[in-house]
Design a binder for this molecule. Structure first.
Ligand code: NAP
Length: 206
């Protein structure tokens, strides 16, 4: 699968590592071409000179950027290039003072409004970057919750989630991203409050 990752920080690099390892064709963009190039060299992926160039021709575009400071700008830049493609929103729109989420709906639904020609799917946001680079190495399978309104797009994301060694779980429509962003917020708060090591993960027992 041809995958573009926008963002080369903790999440961008971790997902680029696992997705490249799974045999997909990964291109990274960041806030500068130099930053994208550094990450791509480290991982063995390709770098793009701009967000639009990374998204151009990609089947799946992953948003691994800060929601509040970069969301609208990046969405505007990739809107044309992602028409007809799948956009995975990994962002957690957490207020800097950790007082709550900075949206009345969800970041994923806000991205869908900004990218009406793309199919936005929420995935990977409940998993810390520490668990994203090699999810298959964990003792227990790591759950990859997936929410979206377009069934074909969701199937594609579920296959991507599975290919990197996570256990995919379809949690319903894009609106369910509200719950997924709440779960991430709770996990972040628990680690901050208890001094945990930022490796805890949600697992659904049935
Ligand atoms: N960290 C986690 O464990 C985790 C887990 C799940 C979800 N998330 C969410 O994932 C997102 C990324 O988190 P992170 O920890 O990876 O953050 P990070 O380490 O701060 O990385 C953010 C990345 O976004 C890039 N960026 C910023 N503005 C940009 C723009 N206009 N165009 C392109 N790239 C831009 C930065 O580029 P430069 O490298 O050039 O500065 C950087 O590579 C956040 O929304 C976070 O809430 C984080």
């Amino acid at each position: 699968m041809k995958v573009a990752i926008i963002g080369a920080g903790n999440v961008g690099k971790a997902l680029a590592t696992s997705i490249t390892r799974a045999g997909h064709d990964v291109t990274i963009a960041a806030s500068t071409p130099q930053s994208a190039e550094r990450a791509a060299q480290e991982i063995g992926a390709q770098a793009a000179p701009s967000n639009a160039a990374a998204a151009d021709g990609a089947e799946v575009v992953i948003l691994a950027i800060p929601f509040a400071s970069a969301g609208v700008q990046v969405a505007t830049e990739i809107a044309d290039a992602t028409a007809g493609s799948v956009v995975i929103d990994v962002t957690n729109p957490i207020r800097p003072d950790l007082s709550g989420l900075a949206t009345d709906t969800s970041a994923a639904e806000e991205f869908q409004l900004l990218l009406p020609k793309a199919a936005v799917v929420k995935a990977f946001n409940t998993v810390f970057a520490s668990n994203q680079a090699d999810p298959g190495a964990a003792d227990e399978p790591i759950d990859g919750f997936v929410a979206g309104d377009d069934d074909d797009a969701k199937r594609k994301v579920i296959s991507l989630v599975e290919s990197i060694g996570m256990r995919p779980l379809d949690v319903g429509p894009l609106r369910a991203a509200r719950a997924l962003e709440g779960m991430a917020f709770l996990n972040i708060g628990l680690n901050a409050a208890n001094g945990w090591g930022w490796t805890s993960a949600w697992r659904l027992e049935r």
